[in-house]
Write a protein that binds this ligand. Sequence first.
Ligand SMILES: [Cu+2]
Length: 116
Amino acid sequence: MKTLLFVVVGLAQVAVAVFTPFTAQAQATKAANKNVVTITIDNFSFNAKTESVAAGSQVTWISRDDVPHKIVSTDKKIVSPVLDTDGRFSYTFTAPGTYEYYCSIHPTMTGKVVVK
Ligand SMILES: [Cu+2]
């Protein structure tokens, strides 16, 4: 039994050693693209509902719902196509300000991007 435990612990360590480089790489990529922000749409809500980003940031919405959503800013300047499951839409915010948006299919779904 002790031997089996030793083998299991050993395998776990190998798994950590194998996967660690990928994690480090992902973090490095994220650091290099710190002006890339993702907002997921899940269960009829934007996550995060309020997202603060630096001017020049690209925001990507990704839908995890199995119903379609369509992002529209209240000033109608940002309009996404209809996003089905795993559909994504990106927009680059160049000017500081508060950008409120909603889902035109489900108007109670609202969100906000604050650009500083
Ligand atoms: Cu919607």
